[in-house]
Design a protein around this ligand. Structure first.
Ligand SMILES: CC[C@H](C)C(=O)C(=O)O
Ligand SMILES: [Mg+2]
Length: 564
């Protein structure tokens, strides 16, 4: 792409080169910049590093490596921090209600710093689930040369020659409640599941979003599959710093890289990998941030025409470390390009196209078992199904790998929130054949649309994965598997039909016809709605109140900056 070169410091020059800004320059000298530095582009390095989470504990060190790469290319890197919360640590507690809102706080905070400080470009160094979409939304809003750097996946844990990961710990609770493991075994799983730094090791939300962002073209090749610990990750951080120079010189911005075609590339990779349902929510929001028409129906269209090929946890056997071992995400993308599943002409942050990047990488390792061949798919079409029906007039998102079948019908077992559901499951109130309904956990009702890994892991751990379905206006962790439907819209707080369900109503989920329905007549639903009263919001002040008052529905990506 031949783009005219512009002043590389077109933003920072407003403070570094303007004689009417002596205070700014005095402060920049104070942080140690020299007169020569003030003539160079200033690049924000937005890190979500913090000590309290394995996904984020090493990010500030990686940010220094990005800074090193920038310096090698005569650019001044300046590290700043945004926030992050841990899905794995907050899961099952009230704190999980802050998880999805943290995405938009990260987007707002990175936008704020880069705009306020007049930085010419941005490299974000991110780790846990919401960090990637939040950082990407900021990059899109700012639309100046940017690269996303993912902190990388965690190594697998190990116990008695059994590979463990974070979901092993979650599911161990269900196994213990069901009596299939002892208290001692339970403790050993917990203590050995996560060996150190890195984001959750299966194809959960962090690895899903990192892989998809690499396919979108906003991260360097191998960035998503290089593990958190090791010289490959250190190298890719320095390379990202170096790579920003070309983007500045050619004035290549996110709006030159993100398009409907590159969004299709991202979603097609998610489908091949069997990625997290959260990617639906986040890519709806990312597309909205970019002003690109991309709706739930686009996910269904791509799912209908893309095979599910990767045998990855939570429903499969392998972890992201195994993807790395057999060639990494570029090798998967090369396989997809060769099979006509990617648009190779999309530009990326290397300044080259997807096809040009992939021409330089080896393919999947001979004989590897992680990614199935085209003629032996795990499922001929995608695992992500967008369901509609009298229970979800505005849509719902199902994760159907086929391992639990494609149809489920049974009596509703209704819980008014996640905590009551966890309590009920723990007390054995959920029986084979039930459709568990967890409601008032949507974007406004939660608020914050929490992930339901605790109940789904308990159901799976109790061996009920094939015998119980679970639907919610909340969402699911990437670690969730089983017969699950989330993002039911409209949510209960807004009076959606899910608010009208009563114990015993027969709910039917058909993943072939993409429908979710309750066996009630329109007249009955109308009668129940007449007596339904909207409950007050669960919070009346603070960040969750602001969120509940501004957030859009899940079928719109839960955006908070585009309210009408
Ligand atoms: C267990 C998985 C992780 C903690 C998560 O929340 C996600 O992938 O969404
Ligand atoms: Mg999560």
């Amino acid at each position: 792409m031949e783009k005219k070169s512009t002043a590389l410091n077109k933003y920072s020059r407003n403070v570094t080169q303007d004689p009417t800004q002596p205070g700014a320059q005095a402060m920049l000298y104070a942080i140690g910049l020299t007169e020569a530095d003030l003539e160079k582009p200033l690049i924000g390095i937005g890190s979500t590093g913090y000590e309290g989470n394995p996904c984020n504990m090493h990010l500030n060190d990686l940010a220094q490596l990005v800074k090193k790469g920038l310096k090698e290319k005569d650019l001044v890197g300046l590290v700043f921090n945004s926030i992050g919360v841990s899905d794995g640590i907050s899961m099952g507690t009230y704190g999980m209600r802050y998880s999805l809102p943290s995405r938009d706080i990260i987007a707002d905070s990175m936008e704020t710093v880069v705009q306020a400080m007049n930085y010419d470009g941005l490299v974000t160094v991110v780790g846990c689930d919401k960090n990637m979409p939040g950082a990407l939304m900021a990059m899109i809003r700012l639309n100046r040369p940017s690269i996303l750097v993912y902190g990388g996946t965690i190594a697998s844990g190990c116990l008695n020659n059994r590979k463990l990961d974070i979901v092993s710990a979650f599911e161990a609770w269900g196994e213990k409640v069901a009596g299939t493991i002892t208290e001692g075994e339970f403790k050993s799983v917990i203590q050995n599941a996560c060996p150190g730094a890195g984001a959750c090791g299966g194809m959960y939300t962090a690895n899903t979003m990192a892989s998809a962002i690499e396919a979108l073209g906003m991260a360097m090749p191998y960035n998503s599959s290089n593990p958190a610990i090791g010289n490959e990750k250190e190298k890719d951080c320095v390379e990202a710093g170096r790579a920003l120079r070309l983007l500045l010189e050619k004035d290549i911005k996110p709006s030159d890289i993100i398009s409907r075609k590159s969004l299709e590339n991202a979603v097609r990779l998610i489908t091949v990998l069997g990625g997290s349902t959260n990617a639906v929510l986040h890519f709806l929001a990312i597309a909205k941030s970019a002003g690109i028409e991309f709706t739930l129906d686009d996910f269904q269209r791509i799912s209908d025409t893309t095979p599910f090929l990767a045998d990855l946890k939570p429903s499969g056997k392998y972890l992201m470390e195994d993807v790395h071992r057999v060639g990494g995400i570029p090798a998967v993308m090369k396989f997809m390009l060769e099979n006509g599943m990617l648009h190779g002409d999309c530009l990326t942050v290397t300044g080259k196209t997807i096809a040009e990047n992939l021409s330089e990488v080896p393919g999947l390792k001979e004989g590897q078992k992680v990614v199935h061949p085209m003629d032996q798919p795990i499922k001929e079409t995608g695992h992500l199904r967008i369901l509609y029906g009298n229970l979800a007039p505005a849509g719902a998102v199902a994760k159907i790998t086929g391992k639990e079948g494609y149809h489920f019908s049974g009596p509703a077992k209704v819980f008014e929130d996640e905590f009551k559901a966890n309590d009920g499951i723990g007390k054995g109130l959920v029986k084979k054949g039930d459709v568990v309904v967890i409601r008032y956990e949507g974007p406004k009702g939660g608020p914050g649309m929490p992930e339901m890994l605790k109940p789904t892991a308990a159901i799976m751990g109790a061996g009920l994965g094939k015998d119980v379905a679970l639907i919610t206006d909340g969402r699911f962790s990437g670690g969730t598997h089983g017969f699950v439907v989330g993002h039911v819209s409209p949510e209960a707080q807004d009076g959606g039909p899910i608010a009208l369900i009563q114990d015993g109503d027969i709910i039917t989920i058909d993943a072939d016809k993409n429908t979710i329905s309750v066996a009630l007549s329109d007249a009955e639903l109308k009668k129940r709605r007449a007596s339904w009263k909207q409950p007050a919001l669960k919070v009346q002040r603070g960040s969750l109140y602001k969120y509940a008052k501004t957030v859009s529905s899940a079928s719109e990506g839960c955006v908070t900056d585009q309210f009408k």
